[in-house]
Write a protein that binds this ligand. Sequence first.
Ligand code: A3P
Length: 289
Amino acid sequence: MDATPRPELFDFHGVSMIKYFTDNWENIQKFQARPDDILIATYPKAGTTWVSNVLDLLYFGQREKNIPIYERVPFMELFHPQVGSGTQYADELPTSPRLIKTHLPVQFVPKSFWEQNSRMVYVARNAKDSVVSFFHFDRMNKSQPEPGDWSSYLQRFKQGKMVFGSWYDHVNNWWKKRETYSNLHYMFYEDMLEDTGREIDKLCSFLGLTPSAQEKTRIVGDVQFDNMRKDEMVNYSTVPILDFKISPFMRKGKVGDWKNHFTVAQNEEFDEDYRREMKDPTLQFRTAI
Ligand code: A3P
């Protein structure tokens, strides 16, 4: 049994965080990005691993398959005694380009990424499925704060008291960034699930890649939920801090599982709050496909 207590949430420059993502702050802020780096940015549980795997296969489809995804695509801000340092993994990555994952709100991204004009892929997922997925993740990840019961968790989500802060701020501020930073491709989990091939085409056109039809078909197949769920190198089953007996990392992979969690009253309250928070009509999410 691991006796390490779960971390506490605290306010960090206006965003709720835990020590595992702030303890290495100086190195994160001075992280040296390269012009060909690709930063994969998301609010937690938006399909980071899915898109990371797509990009890894597009660039390095032929490479050794025995390296887990979190080493192929380091998690930049992670600094954890059992899992290591994301900036160190990134610094040691032998690949070009480097694929780097982050959950940081846009204002925290190290400035060298902007200076180097690195490409960024942002993946967003609708709020209701995000909070459900996050809840189950917090139950099984012993390095996240204690989630408590579902209804209090949902309240905290609305208040932005989650690791990496408010979902609303995250998706909106990254969306707004597109106006001033053109090397940013904003995509949606729901679109990926609806038509993975179409979304991979869009990604390729953003990245300037031209995979053969055969290669593309293979990648679309490899990244289907059932295949990724079985693949030890992408399903996180090798991470010691996760307890798969509570919930698997690759849990359902659906749009609309929120309907199995929200009560009618919770849904009404959520919608009311959502309308207040989401003022930009150009940013629209689908909670069903
Ligand atoms: P669920 O908990 O709803 O199943 P992240 O990688 O950002 O932590 O996101 C994890 C979520 O993405 C989980 O959602 C997981 O099941 C889902 N996911 C991962 N790979 C997927 C795939 N290939 N197809 C659909 N969903 C996937």
